[in-house]
Write a new protein. Structure first.
Lengths: 378, 531
């Protein structure tokens, strides 16, 4: 079935899958956003424990999606993996540390004799929410703004700046996306609390915070988006594979791919709808679903803009011709085919995740549950 | 040949990866085995409805959760480090190595992380049977994750199912099943996971023995010992069987590793196996033509090594010197010759790249070489050896002796692993026998032995990692890529800084983990059963 597809078709298929995983990851970062709000929304130890536990039932999904996103990117576009991870060393290491700290914090936070104390683990969760979101956003923005690296004829790469990726955080356009992702994660975290915690006081606080986080999100996101549409982009000549700068490249991509444009518009509207409806109406508890689906659509369309329509998805500002495209960075036809068969498992995986999510979340978390003897409490 | 290589960077990168992998491997074996042990216990609970079994299940499940978290935290580091520290490697083999990692995420990690949530938060929310299914799926998911990463690791030790593409300058997969079902992959998976089952069984019997010594939770402890000893005995037998399979496979595919594990310098027929050995002077200090093993103490089993390697007592087992210097009578090519051939293959690739833009005829001629099976089998397969080339023949010979793993470490790690494995099997049998005859509570020596075997299980497990990973040095991909060529081009100071950051983090995490774990164990299972 997949074996008969052209190499390009498989490359495109895998770019869609990787983009989709990235999009789901950004949605699931509501966990990270929520982690930065534990002290803002929870005023007592019990309240904070409720918040930690409601996030604690989901953190592994985010984490696993991150790992799978990395694995799928490695397998389908290994040149990106070797170039970016090996070059932008410090950015990836910082992201890595932020997630390592998270992984133990839920389990260890309230265990007796935990050496560091609950506050430390809560701080780790906060750091993960702050650093994880901003740096991932910043790193993804370099798909549009470029980085200084070169790739030789043996496809071995070299980073040309000794800051090894940290320079990305000093680019305002990158930063605007980093901050947009941070505030989006907080908005989604608040919407998730409203949806899954049965506690009127905290719900009230969460709705109030929505406004304070929604506004900066919209400002940073629009800054990023408008800047993106106006800037020169890294275009690829489909005949010669030569990379060149094209004015308004990303705007042109949207016009050339109307489906992506429509996805982007629907996505943005859905995020805003979920946000605004939850601010205005006190009965609206399902804002997370509209905003979550909108997030997935928006991120997916942005990543498609980065890689499709003859665009270099990981451009080099140091040497344009070293830029990575979905064609020159991908795995072989055989490997992409083999993995495409594996990708058929994804619907089954999604099905059991949704089934289990509903089984565990069918009742919002409440104070009684926190003193249950029968459940594992973080 | 080494002038372009920053050995400080290589060493820090290796140190960082070893630190991460070994730290990760402290926690994973327990997850692999305890997952199943908990699943057995819960199965009995669901079958009998006996609340005591639920209590037992939940106690071990809690320890599973604490241990699991830290395994997850350290696992992600390895995935990132393939890219951050080994970027040349990630490109050279990404076409093959990446796929198992991706499959691992899709197939195993989601299974594990979804159903572990049911395991911990589903009591009372889902039916008993669904909960039990979730427990089983979590255990299976954990073992599936081990499957894919071990397939990837096995491929590095025995690269099969691929073809080098000179255009992209990398190895590309041509047969998925060859990669997935290679004898190295099958043995490695079975041997590694069963070692996890044995470690987890030791963990359970050791802690249960402590409860018996303290005269607390007697029924709980005895039941736990029965489950874990039976699982331990079955797993130990499988462990020995797969270890034997691994030995034969290594003797064929990685003869140098095999020779180093036994510190065998001169090849011989009817080679004896050293059961116990203690070096006087380290054999590889320095390593050259004159080197030999200097044992202070040595107890041998006659003919056993030949039999272990080739199932024939009179089989010839090549020694380290046969492999480096060659042995014409036995048809063994010397490392010097392999270096020459590898160097030629590297020159062909370089010439191919240069011809690409200016000499079409030469380009096509050179490209054809990479499709010529004979050339690939006789030259390209030694590609990595080319990195040790030197124009000066004396220097080249010195370099040839660099393609040997650290001998004393490989030797000791191998013998410690095997010796302890035998001890574990004996311990399980004794414990099961005493428990069945209801005499276990009085046998303090046995109980103390069980308790103090817990750290030994970790020692054996780490020793196994050392044999596998140090024993294959200097190769990151056997015969194709030496470790020094695999690193990312970053400054060694950056890696040094991250090495220490990881060290501090790991020490902190390890202290927290041990303190939490011991506290939970001391608290014991809940008295009076659960609601």
């Amino acid at each position: 079935m997949f074996g008969e597809l052209s190499h390009l078709a498989l490359q495109q298929y895998w770019w869609v899958i990787v983009s989709l995983l990235g999009a789901i990851l950004v949605f699931l970062m509501f966990v990270q956003g929520g982690q930065t709000l534990i002290y803002t929304i929870g005023k007592t130890d019990l309240e904070r424990t409720m918040l930690v536990n409601t996030l604690g039932r989901k953190w592994e999904f985010t984490f696993t999606t991150l790992v799978t996103f990395g694995g799928a990117f490695f397998a389908s576009f290994p040149l990106f993996y070797s170039t970016s991870f090996g070059g932008a060393y410090w950015v990836w290491i910082i992201i890595l540390f932020a997630f390592v700290l998270q992984a133990v914090s839920y389990e260890f936070r309230t265990r007796p004799n935990n050496f560091f104390g609950a506050k430390t683990f809560e701080t780790f969760l906060f750091i993960n929410g702050l650093i994880g979101t901003i740096f991932i956003g910043t790193a993804v923005a370099t798909f549009f703004t470029g980085s200084a690296f070169s790739v030789n004829d043996m496809n071995q790469s070299q980073w040309e700046l000794t800051t090894h990726g940290l320079e990305a955080a000093f680019n305002l356009h990158n930063l605007s996306l980093g901050l947009a992702v941070f505030f989006l994660a907080r908005v989604l975290g608040l919407l998730y609390f409203i949806n899954s915690v049965a506690h009127p006081e905290m719900e009230k606080r969460a709705r109030k915070q929505l406004l304070f986080n929604g506004i900066p999100f919209v400002v940073f996101f629009l800054t990023f988006l408008i800047w993106l549409l106006l800037r020169d982009g890294f275009a690829v000549n489909p005949d010669t594979q030569e990379v060149f700068m094209e004015p308004y490249k990303y705007f042109h991509n949207l016009i050339a791919m109307p489906v992506v444009l429509i996805m982007l518009l629907i996505g943005v509207v859905a995020v805003l709808f979920g946000l605004i409806a939850s601010i205005i109406s006190e009965n609206c508890t399902r804002g997370i679903w509209s905003a979550g689906a909108g997030t997935i659509l928006t991120v997916l369309s942005l990543l498609l803009v980065a890689g499709f329509n003859n665009t270099a998805f990981y451009p080099s500002t140091f040497d344009l011709q070293s830029s990575l495209t979905i064609q020159n960075a991908s795995s072989s036809h055989f490997t992409l085919t083999a993995m495409s068969y594996v990708s058929l498992l994804v619907p089954f995986v999604l099905a059991y995740i949704i089934y289990v999510w509903r089984a565990i979340n069918n009742k919002p978390i409440d104070e009684d549950e926190m003193s249950s003897d029968d459940l594992h409490i973080y | 040949m080494f002038e372009n290589i920053d050995l400080t960077l290589v060493n820090w990168s290796r140190a960082q990866f070893a630190l991460t992998a070994m730290f990760h491997w402290l926690f994973v074996p327990l997850t692999l085995g305890l997952g199943f042990i908990v699943a057995f216990m819960e199965s009995i609970y669901v079958k009998t409805g006996d609340e005591e079994w639920k209590r037992i299940t939940k106690f071990w499940m809690k320890l599973f959760g604490i241990n699991f978290a830290i395994g997850v935290a350290t696992g992600i580091i390895l995935e990132f480090e393939f890219g951050t520290n080994w970027s040349n490697y990630s490109w050279f083999v990404g076409d093959i190595f990446g796929a198992p990692l991706a499959i691992e995420g899709i197939m195993a990690f989601f299974l594990e992380s979804t159903f572990i949530a049911v395991m911990f938060f589903g009591w009372g929310k889902v039916s008993k049977k669904f909960h039990l299914t979730a427990t089983w799926l979590t255990a299976i998911g954990a073992n599936l994750s081990a499957l894919w990463i071990l397939v990837a690791n096995a491929w590095m030790q025995n690269p099969v199912g691929m073809k080098f593409n000179p255009e992209t300058a990398r190895n590309e997969m041509v047969n998925f099943w060859d990669v997935f079902l290679s004898e190295t992959a099958v043995n490695k998976f079975l041997h590694t996971t069963t070692s996890g089952y044995v470690l987890a069984s030791i963990f359970v019997v050791g802690i249960s023995a402590w409860f018996l010594l303290k005269k607390r939770h007697i029924l709980f402890a005895k039941r736990s010992i029965v489950i874990a000893s039976v699982f331990g005995i079955v797993s130990s037998i499988m462990l020995i069987g797969t270890g034997d399979g691994s030995a034969r496979e290594i003797a064929r595919n990685q003869p140098m590793k095999f020779a180093a594990m036994e510190s065998l310098f001169e090849g011989q027929t009817q080679a004896p196996l050293i059961a116990i050995g203690l070096f006087g002077k380290a054999p590889d200090d320095p390593l050259n033509k004159e080197s030999e093993s200097d044992f202070l103490v040595k107890i041998e089993i006659p003919n056993m090594l030949s039999y272990m390697a080739f199932l024939k007592v009179d089989a010839f087992v090549p020694g380290i010197k046969d492999l480096v210097l060659g042995n014409e009578a036995r048809g063994i090519i010397s490392y010097k010759e392999k270096i020459h051939r590898g160097y030629e293959a590297q020159q062909v690739l370089r010439a191919f790249k240069e011809a690409k833009n200016n000499d079409l005829e030469e380009y096509n001629r050179l490209k054809a070489k990479f499709d010529d099976k004979e050339w690939v089998d006789n030259y390209f397969r030694y590609f990595g050896y080319g990195n040790y080339y030197d124009e000066d023949p004396n220097q080249l010979e010195i370099n040839a002796f660099k393609i040997v793993p650290p001998i004393s470490i490989s030797f000791y790690a191998f013998h410690i692993m095997v010796g302890l494995g035998m001890h574990f099997l004996l311990l399980f049998v004794v414990l099961l026998w005493l428990t069945a005859r209801n005499k276990i509570e009085d046998k303090k020596i046995v109980l103390y032995t069980a308790l103090w075997t817990i750290p030994l299980a970790y020692v054996a497990s780490q020793a196994g990692w050392i044999v596998a990973e140090m024993g294959r040095q200097p190769w990151v991909i056997q015969d194709l890529m030496p470790t020094m060529k695999a690193v990312s081009k970053i400054d060694s100071t950056s890696v040094m800084i991250t090495f220490w950051l990881f060290t501090i983090t790991f020490v902190g995490l390890a202290i927290a983990e041990v303190k939490i774990m011991t506290k939970q164990i001391k608290n014991g299972p809940k008295e009076g059963g659960d609601k």
